[in-house]
Design a protein around this ligand. Structure first.
Ligand code: DGL
Length: 266
């Protein structure tokens, strides 16, 4: 593994762009190859074995491209496939659940933490396990939000319809005494304007992207894999789905003009 090799980032679709955004802000010199499996998104309702299989397919492609590190920028894939992927591949692998859980435990005064995620992530109990690893006193309120990812993937995240769906989905949390909410799906920061509006005032909203990239930076230093350059690197994006639709989300969310977006078959 060479310092100038790229870092691979994967997600079921566009959600991992929230992690790419933080990478470009904090580690712009690191080359990135992103794969979004938009053609098979969402992963949330799929059986764990299928999510593991799809994740392994993406990582195998990135491994063939010679990446020096992998970020599984998908909570659903992190919840069910992180250990398997770590066992199969030689490069360091970072998931998004432990960093998000750590930030929530640090940010919650009451220790009452809501977790918003896909059905797969919520059913796995991975956030409860990670949160208890940092604090045995925390109380976790999990909520599956199955309608959120299709709204993001279809590019409707700025609409009034998105706001209505978010409001309706968050209703079960109305009388719950939490003071921190984890966006436990990397797609959800694209809906944050609506989520913030429909959660009680004063709730701290935690996206794991910032914490995850902090971990990535520490591992790059520790393994002596950090690229030594002041030149920003241009990220390359692959999608298994509609390249033009994916390009629009990349341009909007990352404010990149003419991003390098290509089609890939897994
Ligand atoms: N963005 C992903 C996550 O963080 C997956 C969403 C999905 O495909 O259902 O869980």
């Amino acid at each position: 593994m060479e310092v100038d090799s790229p870092i691979g980032i994967i997600d079921s679709g566009a959600g991992g762009l929230t992690v790419v955004k933080e990478m470009l802000r904090r580690l712009p010199q690191e080359p990135i190859i992103y794969i979004g499996d938009n053609a098979r998104c969402p992963y949330g309702p799929r059986p764990a074995e299928e999510v593991k299989e799809f994740t392994t397919e993406m990582v195998s492609k990135l491994s063939d491209m010679g990446i020096k590190m992998l970020i599984i920028a998908c909570n659903t894939a992190t919840a069910v496939a992180l250990d398997d992927i770590r066992a199969q591949f030689p490069f360091p692998v970072v998931g998004v659940i432990v960093p998000g859980a750590r930030a929530a435990v640090q940010g919650s005064r009451l220790g009452n933490i809501a977790v918003l995620g896909t059905a797969g992530t919520i059913n796995s109990g991975a956030y409860e396990d990670a949160i208890r690893g940092f604090s045995t006193n925390s109380v976790v309120y999990p909520l599956a939000c199955p309608e959120f990812v299709p709204i993001v993937e279809s590019g409707q995240y700025h609409t009034e319809y998105a706001s209505e769906v978010v409001e309706r989905t968050l209703l079960p949390l109305a009388d719950v005494p939490f003071d921190a909410a984890i966006l436990g799906c990397t797609h959800y920061p694209l809906l944050q304007e609506h989520i913030a509006k429909h959660l009680p005032a004063g709730v701290q909203i935690i996206s794991s992207a910032v914490e995850t990239v902090r971990d990535v930076e520490a591992i790059l230093q520790e393994k002596q894999l950090a690229r030594q350059s002041n030149q920003p690197a241009e990220p390359v994006f692959y999608s298994t789905g509609e390249v033009d639709a994916f390009r629009l989300i990349v341009e909007d969310w990352l404010s990149i003009d003419g991003p390098d977006v290509r089609h890939i078959v897994l």
